[in-house]
Design a protein around this ligand. Structure first.
Ligand SMILES: *Cc1c(COP(=O)(O)O)cnc(C)c1O
Length: 444
């Protein structure tokens, strides 16, 4: 398996280069050379595999000669240290819980996989420590900090905007110490991102440090998300009803992984992109015209506040075999529907899930539920389909919003109360790029 970049389909790199670079030199995304596929026999036997075996089976397809079988198994074990339960709410209606990782959001899967993969790849390649530089508005930083904590050969520097991440997210990033450094930036998320971008093109920094980024366009964060769609399928009761899966989407990496799983032979029949008012992809699905929303708009499902999703080009690439943009659009519409909701509707869904099913959803999962319901309601709800919506974060992460709607306290998971009680929180304040540069140059 090799990877081409979307800017130049004729040049190839191996898995290792694509992971270490993150993004191609021309700033476009890497994409696998072909879509591996599993036979019906393998799909039918999925219930006999445990989660780690499923993970290894999938990862092996994507790494080429860069990692041997044993290493792939080790990475699978270190990535999946938690379960992905498929919770039935009623006959043919399920919620796939992806939030049981250490930072209570699905990004733990991609971050942990990337951390352990990068550590193995750099072990053999470089004699220099790698420094991961990441800007975050919250969830990415938490997952990256936790995923890379104590991972050999790697240092992590996370930039977050002062006063603009939740107290839970801040504690998750700053309480670890060790190889995880956090910098509090006087400014917005956009400033953080700009500092990261400038660091990557700064000649002196590049000379001193081996820098890489841990954002979601890295194939090592995108591809492992395929795994839990297979794990979900394994748990579904057998039935002839087609499967439809609703994915609360922001940067569209998660949904793109789901469609990839389907193209690999997993029998999911239809996907739903469920968004908040940052609805550029939904508008595309309705009109065929893509208009990014800049700047993005703030909502209560804030991890989906993305107005120009970077993985959308990958979804189109999955359909590029069908020909010109019109044919791509037609084929994509067969497999994918999309709906969007405002905060008022999202709050209503949190209430509805609680009163109807005693299920406490977070705002992102609630948007996923709304999309699934709207699709199914065209076909007398769950009589003809098995519907799954993804729950991407634990509701405690959005405690203020959720508790107000359900008028009940959400029990605190033990791993989170430990993080919050840790008083070793430390972070350095930075207000300019020069300060950041001094910090990076003096540390290494
Ligand atoms: C990041 C995130 C999303 C959006 O996922 P994408 O892959 O960017 O579409 C949804 N929900 C939560 C809780 C997230 O953290």
């Amino acid at each position: 398996m090799r990877y081409y970049n979307l800017g130049d389909r004729s040049s190839w790199v191996d898995f290792s280069t694509a992971v270490i670079q993150g993004i191609a030199p021309d700033k476009t995304l890497y994409f696998p050379q072909y879509i591996p596929s599993f036979s019906q026999e393998v799909i039918d036997s999925l219930p006999h595999y445990n989660d780690h075996e499923i993970a290894s089976l999938i990862i092996e397809q994507f790494v080429g000669d860069c990692l041997d079988e044993l290493t792939v198994d080790q990475i699978a074990y270190k990535t999946l240290t938690f379960d992905f339960p498929l919770v039935p709410l009623e006959t043919n209606l399920f919620c796939l819980e992806l939030f049981n990782g250490p930072t209570l959001a699905f990004k733990d899967v991609g971050a942990r996989f990337m951390a352990h993969t990068l550590s193995k790849l750099t072990n053999s390649r470089l004699n220099k420590k790698i420094t991961v530089l990441a800007a975050t508005s919250g969830d990415t930083g938490s997952a990256v900090a936790s995923g890379f904590y104590n991972v050999e050969n790697i240092d992590v520097v996370i930039l977050y905007p002062k006063g603009k991440v939740s107290s839970i997210q801040k504690a998750q990033m700053t309480s670890l110490g060790g190889n995880i450094k956090t910098l509090e930036i006087e400014g917005t998320f956009d400033n953080c991102q700009e500092f990261v971008k400038r660091s990557f093109v700064d000649i002196e920094i590049k000379e001193r440090l081996a820098l890489t980024s841990a954002n979601s366009i890295n194939i090592a964060r995108w591809l492992p998300q395929v795994i839990y769609y297979f794990i979900a399928y394994k748990q579904l009761p057998l039935s002839k009803h087609p499967i439809v899966c609703s994915v609360p989407s922001g940067n569209f990496g998660n949904l793109c992984a789901g469609i990839l799983a389907m193209k690999m032979g997993l029998p999911i029949d239809h996907f739903i992109a469920s968004c908040n008012i940052n609805n550029s992809v939904i508008n595309y699905l309705n009109t065929g015209e893509y208009q990014p929303i800049i700047p993005s708009k703030q909502t209560i499902s804030n991890a989906m506040d993305v107005g120009d999703p970077s993985n959308f080009v990958r979804i189109k690439e999955l359909y590029s075999i069908y020909g010109d943009s019109h044919k791509v659009f037609q084929q994509l519409k067969r497999d994918l529907s999309g709906y969007w909701y405002d905060d008022h509707q999202t709050r209503g869904a949190i209430q509805e899930l609680y009163h109807q099913y005693r299920y406490i959803a977070d705002p992102h999962g609630a948007v996923g539920y709304l999309g699934l319901k709207q699709f199914l309601n065209q076909y007398s709800f769950t009589t003809h389909f098995r519907g799954i919506f993804l729950e991407t974060a634990h509701p405690i992460k959005f405690r203020e919003v959720v508790e107000k709607e359900i008028d009940t306290q959400i029990p605190m998971p033990i791993r989170l109360s430990r993080t919050l009680s840790n008083r070793n929180n430390s972070s350095t304040s930075i207000s300019s790029f020069d300060q950041l540069k001094d910090y990076l140059m003096s540390r290494y």
